[in-house]
Ligand binder design. Structure first.
Ligand code: 4NP
Length: 155
């Protein structure tokens, strides 16, 4: 069966849409079939396109994430996806708190998969300047690369 991954952050307008876009492109480039989506644990931006700074850093890296729209994580996501991948410890704690008893998804943090990165969390870039988004892109790309390697090895 096609493996599936849901990327989760707080607002689903900065980090997880970048993760979705980066991972989708990487999987396509490597010819790996995988179902990919992203969602947030907070409801402030439901239905919104990614933050303009996230779109700008994506553009700068040849990636168009403008069509993505923010949505909330649902209990059904825990049965539908094989892997739910949080951007930071707080997202992971929120996911653990809402995890239904019959969940089948594994929960992990993106940077658990990143090689050569000292951080364990992708910092929330929302309150900072645009330069924070370059760092977000770099960290998410490192995590996505390791995650794709792990999925390829398992299937
Ligand atoms: P994200 O960033 O979790 O990477 O999408 C945030 C976006 C919005 C808010 C916080 C973080 N907010 O508080 O509205």
């Amino acid at each position: 069966m096609t493996p599936s991954v849901l990327f989760v952050c707080l607002g689903n307008i900065c980090r997880s849409p970048l993760a979705e876009g980066i991972f989708r492109r990487m999987a396509a480039e490597q010819g790996v079939e995988v179902e990919i989506d992203s969602a947030g644990t907070g409801d402030w931006h439901l239905g919104h396109a990614p933050d303009h700074r996230a779109q700008a850093v994506a553009d700068k890296n040849g990636l168009d994430i403008s069509a993505l729209r923010a949505r909330l994580v649902t209990p059904e996501d825990f049965r539908r996806f094989d892997h739910i991948v949080a951007m930071d410890a707080s997202n992971l704690a929120n996911l653990e708190a809402m995890r239904p008893d019959d969940a089948s998804a594994t929960l992990a943090r993106l940077l658990d998969f990143a090689d050569g990165v000292d951080l364990i969390d992708v910092p929330d870039p929302y309150q900072g300047g645009p330069e924070g988004f370059d760092e977000t892109f770099r960290l998410v790309e490192a995590g996505a690369k390791g995650l794709l390697d792990a999925i390829r090895e398992r299937s």
